[in-house]
Design a protein around this ligand. Structure first.
Ligand code: PLP
Length: 359
Protein backbone atom coordinates (compact mmCIF):
# COMPACT_ATOMS: atom_id res chain seq x y z
CA UNK A 1 0.00 0.00 0.00
CA UNK A 2 2.77 2.38 -0.98
CA UNK A 3 2.73 5.01 -3.76
CA UNK A 4 3.24 2.34 -6.47
CA UNK A 5 3.86 -0.20 -7.79
CA UNK A 6 0.47 -1.47 -6.66
CA UNK A 7 -0.45 -5.15 -6.31
CA UNK A 8 -0.44 -7.00 -9.63
CA UNK A 9 -3.34 -9.43 -9.92
CA UNK A 10 -2.76 -13.14 -10.72
CA UNK A 11 -4.63 -12.57 -14.00
CA UNK A 12 -2.02 -10.03 -15.11
CA UNK A 13 0.87 -12.18 -13.87
CA UNK A 14 -0.50 -15.14 -15.84
CA UNK A 15 -0.68 -12.99 -18.97
CA UNK A 16 2.95 -11.99 -18.41
CA UNK A 17 3.95 -15.67 -18.41
CA UNK A 18 2.41 -16.48 -21.81
CA UNK A 19 4.82 -17.63 -24.56
CA UNK A 20 6.70 -14.76 -26.15
CA UNK A 21 5.54 -14.09 -29.71
CA UNK A 22 7.58 -12.14 -32.24
CA UNK A 23 6.93 -8.42 -32.07
CA UNK A 24 5.77 -8.51 -35.73
CA UNK A 25 3.68 -11.69 -35.37
CA UNK A 26 0.14 -11.20 -36.75
CA UNK A 27 -1.37 -12.41 -33.48
CA UNK A 28 0.70 -9.93 -31.52
CA UNK A 29 -0.24 -7.16 -33.93
CA UNK A 30 -3.90 -7.92 -33.20
CA UNK A 31 -3.13 -7.46 -29.51
CA UNK A 32 -1.41 -4.12 -30.26
CA UNK A 33 -4.59 -2.86 -31.94
CA UNK A 34 -6.60 -3.84 -28.86
CA UNK A 35 -4.10 -2.18 -26.51
CA UNK A 36 -4.51 1.08 -28.47
CA UNK A 37 -8.33 0.86 -28.30
CA UNK A 38 -8.31 0.04 -24.57
CA UNK A 39 -5.94 2.94 -23.87
CA UNK A 40 -8.31 5.26 -25.74
CA UNK A 41 -11.08 3.91 -23.47
CA UNK A 42 -9.25 4.60 -20.18
CA UNK A 43 -7.96 8.00 -21.32
CA UNK A 44 -11.47 8.90 -22.65
CA UNK A 45 -10.06 10.03 -25.98
CA UNK A 46 -10.44 9.48 -29.69
CA UNK A 47 -6.78 10.49 -30.23
CA UNK A 48 -5.32 8.35 -33.02
CA UNK A 49 -1.84 8.63 -31.52
CA UNK A 50 -2.52 6.72 -28.29
CA UNK A 51 -0.03 3.99 -27.47
CA UNK A 52 2.34 2.57 -24.86
CA UNK A 53 5.94 3.80 -24.65
CA UNK A 54 8.19 0.78 -23.97
CA UNK A 55 9.58 2.22 -20.73
CA UNK A 56 8.35 3.63 -17.41
CA UNK A 57 6.37 6.81 -16.75
CA UNK A 58 9.50 8.97 -16.77
CA UNK A 59 10.02 8.00 -20.43
CA UNK A 60 6.42 8.98 -21.21
CA UNK A 61 7.21 12.35 -19.61
CA UNK A 62 10.34 12.70 -21.77
CA UNK A 63 8.38 11.69 -24.88
CA UNK A 64 5.86 14.50 -24.34
CA UNK A 65 8.47 17.19 -23.70
CA UNK A 66 11.08 16.01 -26.23
CA UNK A 67 8.50 15.96 -29.02
CA UNK A 68 6.66 19.19 -28.26
CA UNK A 69 9.37 21.51 -26.92
CA UNK A 70 11.91 23.00 -29.32
CA UNK A 71 14.84 25.24 -28.32
CA UNK A 72 13.66 28.62 -26.93
CA UNK A 73 10.01 27.54 -26.67
CA UNK A 74 8.40 28.98 -23.56
CA UNK A 75 6.65 26.49 -21.29
CA UNK A 76 4.74 27.36 -18.11
CA UNK A 77 5.24 24.55 -15.60
CA UNK A 78 2.93 24.41 -12.59
CA UNK A 79 4.85 22.99 -9.64
CA UNK A 80 3.37 21.82 -6.34
CA UNK A 81 5.43 18.68 -5.74
CA UNK A 82 8.32 16.52 -6.95
CA UNK A 83 6.92 15.56 -10.33
CA UNK A 84 6.13 19.13 -11.42
CA UNK A 85 9.80 19.84 -10.67
CA UNK A 86 10.83 17.03 -13.02
CA UNK A 87 8.69 18.56 -15.78
CA UNK A 88 10.70 21.77 -15.44
CA UNK A 89 13.94 19.76 -15.77
CA UNK A 90 12.61 18.25 -18.98
CA UNK A 91 11.81 21.66 -20.47
CA UNK A 92 15.32 22.94 -19.71
CA UNK A 93 16.97 19.82 -21.17
CA UNK A 94 14.98 20.31 -24.39
CA UNK A 95 16.42 23.83 -24.63
CA UNK A 96 13.09 25.43 -23.72
CA UNK A 97 12.44 28.34 -21.37
CA UNK A 98 10.63 27.20 -18.22
CA UNK A 99 8.39 29.66 -16.41
CA UNK A 100 7.45 28.28 -12.99
CA UNK A 101 4.08 28.71 -11.31
CA UNK A 102 4.80 27.44 -7.82
CA UNK A 103 2.11 26.59 -5.26
CA UNK A 104 2.81 25.32 -1.72
CA UNK A 105 3.15 21.57 -1.21
CA UNK A 106 -0.16 20.06 -0.14
CA UNK A 107 -2.24 22.66 -2.03
CA UNK A 108 -3.60 22.78 -5.58
CA UNK A 109 -2.02 24.78 -8.38
CA UNK A 110 -3.83 28.09 -8.27
CA UNK A 111 -5.77 28.88 -11.51
CA UNK A 112 -5.33 32.60 -10.76
CA UNK A 113 -1.55 32.17 -10.62
CA UNK A 114 -1.59 30.34 -13.97
CA UNK A 115 -3.76 33.08 -15.50
CA UNK A 116 -1.38 35.77 -14.22
CA UNK A 117 1.66 33.94 -15.63
CA UNK A 118 -0.02 33.57 -19.02
CA UNK A 119 -0.81 37.30 -19.09
CA UNK A 120 2.78 38.08 -18.18
CA UNK A 121 4.13 35.65 -20.82
CA UNK A 122 1.84 35.92 -23.88
CA UNK A 123 4.43 34.06 -25.99
CA UNK A 124 3.94 30.82 -24.02
CA UNK A 125 3.58 27.73 -26.22
CA UNK A 126 2.73 25.05 -23.64
CA UNK A 127 1.23 24.77 -20.14
CA UNK A 128 2.32 21.66 -18.22
CA UNK A 129 1.20 20.26 -14.88
CA UNK A 130 0.67 17.05 -12.91
CA UNK A 131 -2.94 15.89 -12.49
CA UNK A 132 -2.29 13.67 -9.44
CA UNK A 133 0.85 14.72 -7.51
CA UNK A 134 2.09 11.46 -5.99
CA UNK A 135 4.48 13.32 -3.69
CA UNK A 136 1.71 15.29 -1.95
CA UNK A 137 -1.60 13.47 -2.58
CA UNK A 138 -3.06 16.54 -4.29
CA UNK A 139 -5.43 16.39 -7.28
CA UNK A 140 -4.90 19.44 -9.44
CA UNK A 141 -7.96 20.81 -11.23
CA UNK A 142 -6.98 19.63 -14.70
CA UNK A 143 -10.21 20.77 -16.35
CA UNK A 144 -9.84 24.38 -15.16
CA UNK A 145 -6.08 24.61 -15.80
CA UNK A 146 -6.51 23.29 -19.36
CA UNK A 147 -9.41 25.66 -20.02
CA UNK A 148 -7.26 28.64 -19.00
CA UNK A 149 -4.34 27.37 -21.12
CA UNK A 150 -6.62 27.03 -24.14
CA UNK A 151 -7.99 30.57 -23.67
CA UNK A 152 -4.38 31.64 -24.23
CA UNK A 153 -3.92 29.33 -27.25
CA UNK A 154 -1.44 27.05 -25.52
CA UNK A 155 -0.93 23.33 -25.85
CA UNK A 156 -1.31 21.32 -22.63
CA UNK A 157 0.90 18.53 -21.28
CA UNK A 158 -0.62 16.67 -18.32
CA UNK A 159 1.01 13.98 -16.14
CA UNK A 160 -1.64 11.32 -15.46
CA UNK A 161 0.71 8.67 -14.01
CA UNK A 162 -1.21 8.34 -10.74
CA UNK A 163 -4.62 9.60 -11.86
CA UNK A 164 -5.40 7.24 -14.77
CA UNK A 165 -8.20 4.81 -13.76
CA UNK A 166 -8.20 6.10 -10.16
CA UNK A 167 -10.03 9.43 -10.52
CA UNK A 168 -12.00 11.08 -13.31
CA UNK A 169 -9.82 11.98 -16.28
CA UNK A 170 -11.26 13.27 -19.57
CA UNK A 171 -8.49 13.74 -22.13
CA UNK A 172 -10.77 14.98 -24.93
CA UNK A 173 -13.34 16.94 -22.93
CA UNK A 174 -10.69 18.74 -20.88
CA UNK A 175 -8.61 19.51 -24.01
CA UNK A 176 -5.42 17.75 -22.94
CA UNK A 177 -2.99 17.75 -25.89
CA UNK A 178 -0.36 15.38 -24.57
CA UNK A 179 -0.49 13.05 -21.61
CA UNK A 180 1.57 10.21 -20.20
CA UNK A 181 0.75 7.67 -17.52
CA UNK A 182 2.28 4.60 -15.89
CA UNK A 183 1.40 0.92 -15.82
CA UNK A 184 2.15 0.43 -12.11
CA UNK A 185 -0.36 2.68 -10.34
CA UNK A 186 -4.15 2.36 -10.78
CA UNK A 187 -3.80 0.03 -13.79
CA UNK A 188 -2.06 -2.44 -11.43
CA UNK A 189 0.24 -3.80 -14.08
CA UNK A 190 3.94 -4.51 -13.78
CA UNK A 191 6.09 -1.33 -13.91
CA UNK A 192 7.83 -0.37 -17.13
CA UNK A 193 5.14 0.72 -19.62
CA UNK A 194 3.92 4.27 -20.14
CA UNK A 195 0.60 4.85 -21.93
CA UNK A 196 0.70 8.15 -23.86
CA UNK A 197 -1.81 10.06 -25.95
CA UNK A 198 -1.36 13.06 -28.29
CA UNK A 199 -4.16 15.22 -29.76
CA UNK A 200 -4.28 16.00 -33.48
CA UNK A 201 -3.05 19.53 -32.65
CA UNK A 202 -0.05 18.09 -30.82
CA UNK A 203 0.68 15.68 -33.70
CA UNK A 204 0.55 18.61 -36.10
CA UNK A 205 3.14 20.47 -34.00
CA UNK A 206 5.36 17.37 -33.85
CA UNK A 207 5.16 16.85 -37.62
CA UNK A 208 6.08 20.47 -38.33
CA UNK A 209 9.04 20.93 -36.00
CA UNK A 210 11.91 23.09 -37.18
CA UNK A 211 14.45 20.80 -35.50
CA UNK A 212 14.55 17.00 -35.22
CA UNK A 213 13.49 15.47 -31.90
CA UNK A 214 16.73 15.08 -29.96
CA UNK A 215 15.86 11.53 -28.81
CA UNK A 216 15.80 8.91 -31.57
CA UNK A 217 14.00 6.33 -29.42
CA UNK A 218 11.25 8.71 -28.29
CA UNK A 219 10.71 10.54 -31.62
CA UNK A 220 6.97 10.02 -32.19
CA UNK A 221 7.45 10.67 -35.92
CA UNK A 222 9.42 7.40 -36.06
CA UNK A 223 7.48 5.32 -33.50
CA UNK A 224 4.15 5.83 -35.33
CA UNK A 225 5.38 3.60 -38.15
CA UNK A 226 5.27 0.70 -35.68
CA UNK A 227 2.66 1.68 -33.11
CA UNK A 228 0.35 4.16 -34.90
CA UNK A 229 -3.27 3.23 -35.62
CA UNK A 230 -3.39 1.55 -39.03
CA UNK A 231 0.43 1.77 -39.32
CA UNK A 232 2.44 -0.66 -41.44
CA UNK A 233 3.92 -2.03 -38.19
CA UNK A 234 7.46 -1.57 -39.47
CA UNK A 235 10.22 -2.49 -37.03
CA UNK A 236 11.23 0.40 -34.77
CA UNK A 237 12.39 -1.36 -31.58
CA UNK A 238 11.75 -4.80 -30.13
CA UNK A 239 8.54 -4.31 -28.19
CA UNK A 240 8.46 -5.68 -24.60
CA UNK A 241 6.04 -8.37 -25.75
CA UNK A 242 5.24 -9.96 -22.38
CA UNK A 243 4.81 -6.63 -20.61
CA UNK A 244 2.35 -5.71 -23.34
CA UNK A 245 0.38 -8.93 -22.69
CA UNK A 246 0.28 -7.78 -19.09
CA UNK A 247 -0.95 -4.26 -19.78
CA UNK A 248 -3.49 -5.62 -22.25
CA UNK A 249 -4.87 -7.80 -19.45
CA UNK A 250 -4.93 -5.01 -16.87
CA UNK A 251 -6.67 -2.64 -19.31
CA UNK A 252 -9.21 -5.40 -20.01
CA UNK A 253 -9.83 -5.69 -16.27
CA UNK A 254 -10.57 -1.96 -16.05
CA UNK A 255 -12.86 -2.27 -19.06
CA UNK A 256 -14.69 -5.21 -17.52
CA UNK A 257 -15.16 -3.39 -14.21
CA UNK A 258 -16.12 -0.19 -16.06
CA UNK A 259 -13.99 2.94 -15.77
CA UNK A 260 -16.57 4.88 -13.76
CA UNK A 261 -17.02 1.93 -11.39
CA UNK A 262 -13.24 1.92 -10.86
CA UNK A 263 -13.30 5.65 -9.96
CA UNK A 264 -16.22 4.93 -7.62
CA UNK A 265 -14.40 2.02 -5.94
CA UNK A 266 -11.38 4.22 -5.25
CA UNK A 267 -13.61 6.96 -3.76
CA UNK A 268 -15.56 4.51 -1.57
CA UNK A 269 -12.56 2.68 -0.09
CA UNK A 270 -10.74 5.98 0.42
CA UNK A 271 -13.65 7.15 2.57
CA UNK A 272 -13.44 3.97 4.69
CA UNK A 273 -9.70 4.52 5.12
CA UNK A 274 -10.30 8.15 6.15
CA UNK A 275 -12.86 7.07 8.77
CA UNK A 276 -10.54 4.41 10.16
CA UNK A 277 -7.43 6.58 10.28
CA UNK A 278 -9.29 9.49 11.84
CA UNK A 279 -10.64 7.14 14.51
CA UNK A 280 -6.99 6.37 15.36
CA UNK A 281 -6.39 10.11 15.78
CA UNK A 282 -4.45 10.50 12.51
CA UNK A 283 -4.98 13.53 10.29
CA UNK A 284 -4.63 14.13 6.56
CA UNK A 285 -2.10 16.57 5.08
CA UNK A 286 -4.39 17.58 2.21
CA UNK A 287 -7.83 19.26 2.26
CA UNK A 288 -10.66 16.84 1.45
CA UNK A 289 -11.72 19.15 -1.41
CA UNK A 290 -8.80 18.00 -3.56
CA UNK A 291 -7.46 14.84 -1.92
CA UNK A 292 -6.52 11.89 -4.11
CA UNK A 293 -8.44 8.75 -3.07
CA UNK A 294 -5.66 6.51 -4.39
CA UNK A 295 -2.82 8.28 -2.53
CA UNK A 296 -3.53 9.16 1.08
CA UNK A 297 -1.03 11.49 2.70
CA UNK A 298 -1.21 11.29 6.47
CA UNK A 299 0.62 13.48 9.01
CA UNK A 300 3.05 11.55 11.23
CA UNK A 301 2.02 12.30 14.84
CA UNK A 302 4.52 14.25 16.96
CA UNK A 303 7.11 12.05 18.68
CA UNK A 304 6.49 9.05 16.42
CA UNK A 305 9.52 7.52 14.67
CA UNK A 306 8.66 7.45 10.94
CA UNK A 307 11.08 4.72 9.82
CA UNK A 308 10.49 2.52 12.90
CA UNK A 309 6.73 2.45 12.27
CA UNK A 310 7.14 1.60 8.60
CA UNK A 311 9.57 -1.21 9.29
CA UNK A 312 7.32 -2.62 12.06
CA UNK A 313 4.37 -2.59 9.64
CA UNK A 314 6.44 -4.52 7.13
CA UNK A 315 7.95 -6.97 9.61
CA UNK A 316 4.84 -7.79 11.64
CA UNK A 317 2.05 -7.29 9.09
CA UNK A 318 3.69 -7.63 5.65
CA UNK A 319 2.40 -4.12 4.94
CA UNK A 320 4.36 -1.53 2.99
CA UNK A 321 3.38 2.13 3.19
CA UNK A 322 5.34 4.97 1.62
CA UNK A 323 7.59 7.57 3.25
CA UNK A 324 7.29 11.30 2.54
CA UNK A 325 9.20 12.71 -0.44
CA UNK A 326 11.04 16.03 -0.80
CA UNK A 327 9.60 18.74 1.48
CA UNK A 328 7.31 16.14 3.05
CA UNK A 329 10.13 13.71 3.97
CA UNK A 330 9.85 12.66 7.63
CA UNK A 331 6.54 14.53 8.01
CA UNK A 332 4.00 12.25 6.30
CA UNK A 333 3.22 8.70 5.29
CA UNK A 334 1.81 7.97 1.86
CA UNK A 335 -0.77 5.18 1.84
CA UNK A 336 -1.67 3.91 -1.61
CA UNK A 337 -5.08 2.53 -2.57
CA UNK A 338 -4.35 2.00 -6.22
CA UNK A 339 -6.05 -0.41 -8.62
CA UNK A 340 -6.02 -4.00 -7.32
CA UNK A 341 -4.68 -2.77 -3.97
CA UNK A 342 -7.86 -0.76 -3.44
CA UNK A 343 -9.97 -3.32 -1.56
CA UNK A 344 -12.02 -3.37 1.65
CA UNK A 345 -9.71 -6.09 3.02
CA UNK A 346 -6.61 -3.95 2.54
CA UNK A 347 -8.26 -0.93 4.13
CA UNK A 348 -9.16 -2.97 7.23
CA UNK A 349 -5.69 -4.57 7.33
CA UNK A 350 -3.99 -1.17 7.17
CA UNK A 351 -6.12 0.36 9.92
CA UNK A 352 -5.66 -2.65 12.22
CA UNK A 353 -1.89 -2.79 11.61
CA UNK A 354 -1.41 0.94 12.26
CA UNK A 355 -3.53 0.64 15.40
CA UNK A 356 -1.34 -2.21 16.68
CA UNK A 357 1.94 -0.45 15.91
CA UNK A 358 1.00 3.04 17.13
CA UNK A 359 -0.93 2.13 20.29
N1 PLP B 1 4.92 11.22 -12.54
C1 PLP B 1 4.31 10.90 -11.39
C2 PLP B 1 3.19 11.76 -10.90
C3 PLP B 1 4.72 9.77 -10.68
O1 PLP B 1 4.12 9.45 -9.53
C4 PLP B 1 5.79 8.99 -11.18
C5 PLP B 1 6.26 7.81 -10.42
O2 PLP B 1 5.91 7.57 -9.31
C6 PLP B 1 6.39 9.37 -12.37
C7 PLP B 1 5.93 10.49 -13.03
C8 PLP B 1 7.53 8.58 -12.95
O3 PLP B 1 7.09 7.30 -13.31
P1 PLP B 1 8.11 6.06 -13.34
O4 PLP B 1 8.62 5.87 -11.94
O5 PLP B 1 7.26 4.93 -13.85
O6 PLP B 1 9.20 6.41 -14.28
Amino acid sequence: MGPGPSDVSPRVLNALARPTLGHLDPQFIGLMDEVGDLMRYVFRTKNTLTMPISAPGSAGMEACFANLVEPNDKVIVCINGVFGGRMKENVIRCGGVAVEVVSPWGTQTSPEALEAALKQHPDTKIVAFVHAETSTGVRNDAETLCRIAKQHNCLTIVDTVTSLAGVQLEVDDWQIDATYSGSQKCLSCVPGISPVSFSDAAVNVIQNRKTPVQSWFLDMNLIVGYWGKGAKRAYHHTAPVNSLYAIHESLLMVHQEGLENAWQRHAAHHQKLVNGLESLGLSFAVSQDYRLPQLNVVNIPDGVDDAAVRSELLRRFGLEIGAGLGEFAGKVWRIGLMGSTCTEKNVQHCIAALDAVLN
